[in-house]
Write a protein that binds this ligand. Structure first.
Ligand code: SF4
Length: 385
């Protein structure tokens, strides 16, 4: 008998090799967490504490909750023990992000929450028909007006939309456990609260029929049978490799095997020489574009005459930020992620160019202007004249 969890099955589905490292070979990972998972853990711990205090008869103030998050972060965050994704975001960036989320959660969800709390970070199991068990870890199990609520806090960068929520396995399996544990649980609603998002995208609700839950249980048992029958745990082509704590030992990222023959060396040398020549010419063209832009600017012209060809010139404007991380933080803290579909610097820049971006972002932005050049045949110009 093995205890399976949503994340254990998810790791297999994401990358069988990662599953093998973690659950079969039990390789000790050099890192337990990455910045994002650490942030998620701190948010969960803080909300766990908030609701445990409430169950104990103490309603924490917003300041107390934020102080708790801040203190625990500073106690636990060890930059040397955490895998960083390779971008230049600092631990302090994630800490401030978390403070913004917790404050918003307190205002939007905690204040006015009338649910009776039946469980916080549950530690239970659902017995499966194949003899295995499914781990039940519900962030918050609540009861209100005849309905049970399975609540999950999400810190993902993508908002869960309705179709994804309706197909979600984790909370549906928890609903099955609720129905089997509480005989009066006729109605169980699944509720995801997304800490990163605001407005309509901050919460999504779903429900399952009894038949859907039975089908889901069978599907889970089938997936477990597949896992237990697998002998070859291959690495996947996954977008999560940068966050994988086993990346350092993964064969996909092992040093390359080198081909070193006389013939191929000659070809490689020629290829490298050609590329260097292309780069030199491209650099010179960049300088020419700058010189032409300087002459064109303010002239009102949009075509520059050459001997055999002309160059048509169109103005393009770009946004340069003095502190891109600060822009991202403002978007997160001011709840603008819905407007910019998570954090999308191009959408932010479009608003800067239109002058409709948040004033704090405008203050960090500088608009540069240049020209884009295209070759045109002489003949084409004469026909147009
Ligand atoms: S680095 Fe990528 S391919 Fe390798 S084990 Fe991790 S997730 Fe799998």
């Amino acid at each position: 008998m093995t205890k399976y969890s949503h994340s254990r099955i998810g790791i297999y589905e994401n990358c069988p090799l990662q599953y093998r490292f973690k659950y079969i070979d039990r390789v000790e990972a050099p890192f337990e967490e990455n910045d994002s998972t650490f942030l998620g853990s701190m948010c969960h711990e803080t909300l766990e504490r908030l609701y445990k205090d409430k169950v104990g008869g103490k309603t924490d103030t917003r300041e107390e909750v934020l102080e708790y998050f801040d203190r625990r972060w500073k106690e636990e965050y060890d930059p040397d023990a955490i895998l960083h994704s390779g971008d230049d975001r600092t631990g302090d960036y994630y800490r401030r992000l978390g403070l913004g989320w917790i404050g918003r959660y307190y205002d939007d969800f905690f204040v006015g929450d009338r649910m009776e709390i039946l469980g916080i970070e549950t530690d239970d199991v659902l017995d499966l028909p194949d003899g295995n068990q499914y781990y039940i870890r519900i962030d918050k199990l609540g009861y209100l007006d005849g309905t049970y609520y399975v609540c999950d806090y999400k810190t993902d960068s993508r908002a869960k939309d309705q179709s994804v929520a309706d197909a979600d396995r984790q909370l549906a399996m928890y609903a099955l456990w609720v129905k089997r544990t509480f005989p009066d649980a006729e109605r169980v609603r699944l509720l995801w609260q997304m800490l990163r998002f605001t407005g309509d995208r901050a919460q999504v609700v779903s429900e399952r029929t009894a038949e859907q839950l039975e089908d889901l249980e069978k599907a889970v048992v089938d997936t477990i049978a597949e896992i237990e029958g697998t002998t070859e745990f291959l690495p996947s082509d996954t977008a999560y490799c940068d966050y994988c704590v086993y990346k350092g030992m993964c064969p996909r990222f092992a040093p390359p095997k080198v081909l070193d023959l006389e013939d191929t060396t000659v070809l490689v040398d020629e290829y490298v020489r050609n590329n260097a020549g292309i780069r030199t010419l491209e650099q010179r063209n960049d300088e020419i574009k700058k010189e032409l832009s300087a002459v064109l600017s303010g002239s009102g012209c949009d075509l520059v005459s050459g001997t055999e060809k002309d160059l048509s010139a169109s103005v393009n404007r770009q946004v340069v930020y003095s502190d891109r991380e600060a822009v991202e933080r403002i978007v997160e803290e001011k709840g603008l992620t819905a407007r910019y579909s998570s954090f999308n610097i191009r959408s932010v820049s479009n608003d800067v160019l239109k002058g409709t971006a948040d004033p704090e972002i405008m203050a960090l932005a500088r608009i540069t202007e240049g020209y884009t050049f295209r070759e045109r045949k002489k003949k084409q110009r004469k026909e147009e004249e």
